[in-house]
Ligand binder design. Structure first.
Ligand SMILES: *Cc1c(COP(=O)(O)O)cnc(C)c1O
Length: 393
């Protein structure tokens, strides 16, 4: 079976982890700040807070921006559930902005229309979380413009997008957002096994997130509200968590970050090869790529024109039977039973649903071979022909 994603681990990664195992610090040692510093110099952001997952990063990013009871957070329905669960953790409510089918990203038009309506109804969001679907940045300048106009904060969910660019700047530099979140889960661009990070240019947000990562505790005497009791003293100032990344994970993250540009280049080359191989296929359209930005190419997604949900399901099943682990990204979040219980109903975001019933994610990872790509494309084309022609007869 050709998997849809796979990590690339080499001897340098293995050596990096072993070095930490043989050191004095398995956690809370020097590797975490080193990883954070390297994330900053790579992206251009001023501060990075390394965490045990992107889910934790999204949670404390919301908390640092003051999201709480009675607040509203908006995100894209075409994402993993963590993009919206983070708001619910904070006691806020969540709403979804429909997508642009050609890219799978939040539609700027839909966002703009929804904001105008929300303003009339006094229901403006406190935070909007755009998701850089498949590694392609959303139109951050346009989102920033709306953020200024309507007074909301922006968290980029860049779980798919480390190594990508928005125009000529790296995703993660936070030029047009308050906080940007990465995931280092093994299916993503680089991995620390489990792990994530929150980047920002705001010292207060960085400090708050660092405190929330570790129980809400600070050991910095400058931040104490009463004189220190002694050298052992620390203060818990917020209700925080244990969301820390270990030094083992950080060392793997550092070794992987050294290779991020290579991985992204390989992924872009593979995606270009797929695009070329699919160029003459009628009825199969690869996801659109922006001219002005570089995608990190986390996922390679095709859309089937004029297919029924049954044909779509047939395609994914049949691809798996033929050894191609096709997947679907994503089930619109609000169709999950948990969200339907909150009142969301099928049909809520028409574009996200029509996208969902026509999109297929094909395998993409740096060591995928040309032979495998040719097999994936010819199998996909043959199955598409099979299911669409049997429909006509
Ligand atoms: C993977 C992913 C997450 C969650 O990342 P973890 O590191 O597994 O917590 C959040 N959002 C998106 C869009 C993702 O793809």
């Amino acid at each position: 079976m050709i998997p849809y994603g796979k990590q690339s681990i080499d001897q340098a990664d293995i050596d990096a982890v072993i070095e930490v195992l043989q050191s004095d610090w398995l956690t809370q040692g020097p590797k975490v700040p080193e990883f954070e510093q390297k994330l900053c110099s790579y992206t251009g952001a001023t501060y990075a807070v390394a965490l045990n997952s992107a889910t934790s990063a999204l949670h404390i990013a919301c908390l640092a921006l003051g999201v709480g009871d009675g607040d509203i957070v908006w995100t894209s329905p075409n994402s993993f559930v963590a993009s919206s669960n983070c708001a619910l953790y904070c006691g806020a409510s969540v709403d979804f902005v429909d997508i642009e089918v050609s890219t799978g990203n939040m539609s700027i038009q839909a966002l703009s229309d929804k904001l105008a309506l929300a303003k009339q109804q006094n229901q403006l969001p406190k935070v909007v979380i755009p998701v850089h679907f498949a590694g392609q940045s959303c139109d951050m300048k346009a989102i920033h413009h709306l953020a200024v106009q309507y007074g909301f904060k922006v968290i980029e969910d860049a779980s798919h997008a480390i190594g990508g660019y928005y125009h000529d700047k790296k995703v993660g530099c936070c030029e047009y957002s308050d906080i940007c979140v990465f995931s280092f889960h093994p299916v993503k661009i680089i991995t620390s096994a489990e792990g994530g990070a929150a980047l920002t240019n705001d010292p207060t947000l960085a400090n708050t997130m660092a405190r929330l990562r570790s129980h809400g505790i600070t050991g910095n005497p400058d931040e104490f509200n009463e004189p220190s009791h002694g050298v052992w003293y620390y203060q818990q100032q917020d209700l925080g968590f244990n969301y820390r990344m270990t030094d083992l994970h950080a060392s793997l993250g550092i070794a992987q970050l050294n290779k991020v540009d290579t991985f992204v280049k390989q992924r872009n080359n593979l995606a270009n090869t797929f695009d070329t191989l699919f160029a003459d296929s009628t009825g199969i359209t690869p996801l659109a790529c922006s001219e002005s930005s570089v995608s990190a190419c986390h996922l390679y997604v095709i859309r089937l024109e004029s297919c029924t949900p049954d044909q779509h399901k047939f395609m994914v099943n049949a691809l798996r039977e033929k050894g191609v682990f096709a997947h679907v990204h994503y089930i619109p979040i609000y169709l999950q039973p948990y969200y339907q219980n909150l009142g969301f109903k099928a049909g809520y975001c028409a574009e996200a649903e029509s996208y969902y019933y026509s999109a297929i994610t094909l395998p993409l990872y740096p060591t995928l071979t040309l032979t495998q790509q040719e097999y994936i494309v010819s199998t996909t084309e043959a199955l598409y022909l099979e299911c669409t022609s049997s429909d006509e007869s």
